[in-house]
Design a protein around this ligand. Sequence first.
Ligand code: NAD
Length: 291
Amino acid sequence: MEGQGLSAKIIDGKQVSSEVRERVAGEVAEFIAGGGHRPVLATVLVGDDPASHVYVANKHKACDAAGIGSVHHELPSETSETDLITLVRAIGDDDGIDGILVQLPPPDHIDADRVIAAIDPTKDVDGLTATNAGLLAGGRPGLVPCTPAGVIELLDHSGTGIEGAEAVIVGRSNLVGRPLISLLLGRNATVTAAHSRTRDLAGVCRRADILVAAVGVPGLLGAEHVKQGATVIDVGINRTDDGLRGDINFDSAIEVAGAITPVPGGVGPMTIAMLMANTLAAAKARAAVPN
Ligand code: NAD
């Protein structure tokens, strides 16, 4: 088949993201029509990183489109860790807020882990607190990190069967790789977590019916890592001199894969869609448990 352009199906993350966002908008309207309150997301941004400002602005736009309210706290880069934690706790205590998103990374003098620990787990729409990580690892309901939740949504949308499949995840970060292990296990995949110390990475990856790359090394994986017909999901977003690149060498992998996500336009747009879904889920869960 070599050289015959046996090309994979391209999984359109923009399309799936807009479908999820429309679905959430409908559910928000239904929740309010049924007597629920309007969900509200609070974002917190420390410092003046231009990319972070764009990300936060996009999150507010997505809230507007979904009928979700949003408030924004912008703090100067010299803000102390204590002041930030005080604000995060105050938002946690504010009954009018359903979701808290602290835009990461914070400036160097602030320990992100200590800030995350101050987030009320019921409002932790990024799914980063130890409580939500523990619930996910234990296979119990909680708020799931947005990017790995988006990966599952893409797999489902592409028609990839998860149950019983061999899934290999390259990367074991708390943000992506680790939660994805639990999500795929929860869907009855056979899951392998590969990482920087994995021996024979290509051999391990070639076992995968579902191959997910969440590494942060542009073009690390190519055709030699992909089993014929596998679904390949590229979480990597790497800024290079040639623009944004994923962890997968797309042009090479597409010749072998059955379905593959592009970068940009694959996993990237899903994160914001799942944030909307999580904010609604947090609002519903809070409404169901009176203070
Ligand atoms: P991270 O740096 O926290 O983790 C990287 C992981 O890759 C580590 O577990 C490490 O063991 C593994 N690794 C590093 N080098 C390796 C190698 N040579 N071979 C095999 N494994 C190796 O990264 P992260 O936060 O999980 O992010 C990974 C990528 O995903 C980045 O490009 C990031 O920008 C992107 N990302 C995208 C989204 C999104 O789409 N919205 C969200 C989060 C992260």
